[in-house]
Design a protein around this ligand. Structure first.
Ligand SMILES: *[C@@H]1O[C@H](CO)[C@@H](O)[C@H](O)[C@H]1NC(C)=O
Ligand SMILES: *[C@@H]1O[C@H](CO)[C@@H](O)[C@H](O)[C@H]1NC(C)=O
Ligand SMILES: *[C@@H]1O[C@H](CO)[C@@H](O)[C@H](O)[C@H]1NC(C)=O
Ligand SMILES: *[C@@H]1O[C@H](CO)[C@@H](O)[C@H](O)[C@H]1NC(C)=O
Ligand SMILES: *[C@@H]1O[C@H](CO)[C@@H](O)[C@H](O)[C@H]1NC(C)=O
Ligand SMILES: *[C@@H]1O[C@H](CO)[C@@H](O)[C@H](O)[C@H]1NC(C)=O
Length: 545
């Protein structure tokens, strides 16, 4: 370990619920409020929901870079993990590292060959390991391996230093500090993400078996004896690491099991000292753990103690939280996006571009249909008998929202929930409540809208719906809605910018996806190295995998 890239590394291195028996919702909830009250400005349930459903998915964690979750993950025996190292990597204490020797102490592993190959690209080795037993790891979400001063490593800093006051650059110091801390809990390491996922593994001689060692073909110089033709261009070797990360955009990384009953989130409203800074934030990229109070740090360590020393038999409710949250995203993501498109169809309309008649009367009919589609499971046919002619009242709205909000969780027996599961349940309900409330707000005027014939009134309705939808979409800010538009050509891939060599240099950059070339992609910050004038490039802060 303590491998250090000196300047010569080529690698870019570089709610009131109608049902009884609900667990009381935590702070930031909507209890005691009118059905049409907006969410508490300090609410975090939707943030906790969004980060929890996206654990181990690349796209969302690259879009929302600053992670807020710390969660136990397990790697089953037999899982393959890779490590690459090359001739030109240097030991931090000096001296050229011998690439023929696999690591012994703390070092990095990756679940993807193409990620490891990047680090063996100069006459290096690709080492393949298998887990000989279940590996116990702690996962930091977000782009937690990116060495940026803008919050990607706040969670780790709080664990290591107890505060977030300075920028700690060195990944080599960090791995030692985290692995020292890990000993107390007999953790094997940590899962993090940058352009792809990685593992900081604490002891290569414990829990791993080396099963293959290939002296892989170099990418840059010195073709092997007898080689004919070109080698892989270095920019494309680097590009393929981004490709490997993008393999995990929509399905969570395979080979790792997240234990949702052991999910600690800084979006848990009990971490009060983080609220103030969030109020000042203009977007999620400004959600940080700076100014965390000593008592909140104490709470974190108590929670870590709880999850990491819990008896293996205490597995909480064993409910499939990921499955539930995924279902909710599948149920609403495309439909909300399409409804957003419809309420804006008048603005975006360009003659001849779209065969759909988005005249105002059609739009009103179609928008009403879309809202009815989403609310349909929660609307009772009988409820209209006492409210004829469109006289829907507050009781009706409240009951419909309550049914919609609790539909997925009211049945859960909370007796065996871990403390973390109670927080997850609140997060799911808070998220659903706001989706349901917004739909019911639109439905309140859409229900009787088909009989309106005044153009100005029609336009006024759509304008009102538009602002409700814009607000909801912005509040949820789901990464699945970040797409390349227009779609990329066959020769391009849609990708969120990545540190360190694909558009993210200092963390102030936006994470809007764009098309990048499959054939001619180039790192945006390659700089000729002072010590290798022959086409070698360097970037500080990148470690070897
Ligand atoms: C932050 O933590 C470091 C290391 O634990 C400590 O030396 C320093 O005084 C702390 N800073 C503040 C402002 O609490
Ligand atoms: C690494 O694991 C091996 C095998 O369990 C053990 O002998 C060794 O002491 C461990 N090294 C450290 C630094 O804990
Ligand atoms: C965080 O602490 C610093 C230093 O004490 C202070 O200047 C800053 O205003 C605080 N920020 C918030 C959001 O409380
Ligand atoms: C709504 O209408 C129902 C049925 O007519 C009635 O029982 C209920 O009291 C009304 N609620 C409100 C808040 O007006
Ligand atoms: C909830 O689970 C507990 C423990 O498993 C059980 O004793 C209780 O009867 C269950 N309650 C309901 C309403 O099913
Ligand atoms: C961050 O990098 C961008 C270019 O990517 C630059 O325009 C900006 O000034 C830099 N900000 C800081 C604080 O270094």
């Amino acid at each position: 370990m303590h491998l250090r890239l000196l300047g010569t590394i080529w690698g870019l291195v570089a709610f009131a619920l109608a049902d009884a028996g609900q667990h009381p919702l935590s702070a930031g909830s909507w209890s005691g409020r009118r059905w049409d009250d907006p969410p508490d400005p300090d609410a975090t349930g939707h943030l906790l929901f969004d980060t929890a459903v996206n654990l181990l998915k690349h796209w969302s964690n690259a879009y929302h870079r600053n992670g807020h979750n710390v969660v136990s993950v397990a790697i089953p025996p037999g899982t393959l993990l890779y490590h690459g190292r090359a001739k030109l990597f240097y030991h931090s204490q000096g001296g050229i590292y011998d690439p023929t020797e696999p690591p012994t102490g703390p070092e990095w592993l990756t679940p993807d060959e193409d990620h490891a190959l990047y680090f063996s690209a100069w006459e290096g080795h690709l080492y393949t390991y298998t887990a000989t037993r279940e590996l116990r790891l702690l996962y930091f979400d977000g782009t937690s391996a990116a060495v940026l001063p803008t919050g990607t490593q706040d969670t780790q800093d709080v664990i290591i230093y107890g505060n977030v006051t300075e920028f700690h650059w060195s990944p080599f110091i960090r791995i030692t500090q985290l692995c020292d801390w890990a000993q107390k809990y007999r953790l094997d390491g940590f899962v993090r993400m940058e352009f792809d996922f990685e593992i900081m593994y604490c002891n290569f001689t414990d829990g791993l078996k080396l099963i293959s060692d290939v002296d892989v073909v170099p990418a840059v110089f010195d073709p092997p004896e007898g080689w004919v033709g070109s080698l892989r261009p270095k920019n494309l070797v680097a590009y393929e690491t981004i490709v490997a990360g993008n393999w995990h955009n929509w399905e969570p990384l395979a080979g790792m099991h997240v234990d949702y009953s052991k999910l600690i989130s800084f979006y848990d409203p009990k971490y009060r000292s983080l609220v103030e800074l969030r109020r000042k934030a203009s977007s999620r990229s400004e959600h940080r753990l700076q100014n965390i109070s000593a008592s909140d740090v104490h709470t974190l360590f108590d929670d870590l103690d709880d999850i990491l020393t819990r008896a293996p038999t205490d597995r909480g409710s064993r409910f499939d939280w990921r499955g539930l949250m995924r279902h909710i995203v599948e149920q609403f993501a495309d439909r909300l996006q399409y409804l957003q498109h419809l309420v804006h169809a008048q603005d975006d309309r360009r003659p001849g571009e779209d065969g759909e008649p988005h005249d105002i009367a059609s739009l009103i009919f179609n928008i009403r249909q879309q809202v009815l589609t989403m609310l349909a499971p929660y609307i009772s046919r009988r409820s209209f008998a006492t409210l004829p002619g469109g006289a829907l009242n507050d009781t009706w709205y409240e009951q419909t929202i309550a049914r919609c909000t609790s539909a997925h969780t009211a049945h859960l027996n909370t007796t065996q929930f871990t403390p973390q599961e109670h927080v997850l349940k609140s997060a799911v309900e808070e998220t659903l409540h706001e989706i349901c409330r917004t739909l019911v707000l639109i439905w309140r005027t859409a229900y009787t809208s088909e009989s309106i014939i005044s153009f100005d009134q029609q336009l006024g309705l759509v304008e009102g719906w538009k602002s409700e939808m814009d607000r909801l979409i912005n509040w949820l800010d789901w990464a699945v809605w970040q797409q390349c538009s227009p779609a990329c050509s066959e020769d391009h891939m849609c990708s969120v910018p990545q540190w360190p060599f694909d558009g993210i240099l200092n963390g102030t950059e936006r994470s809007t996806p764009r098309c990048i070339s499959k054939l001619h992609w180039k790192p945006n910050n390659w700089r000729p190295s002072a010590t290798a004038g022959d086409g070698m490039y360097s970037l500080g802060g990148q470690h070897q995998i």
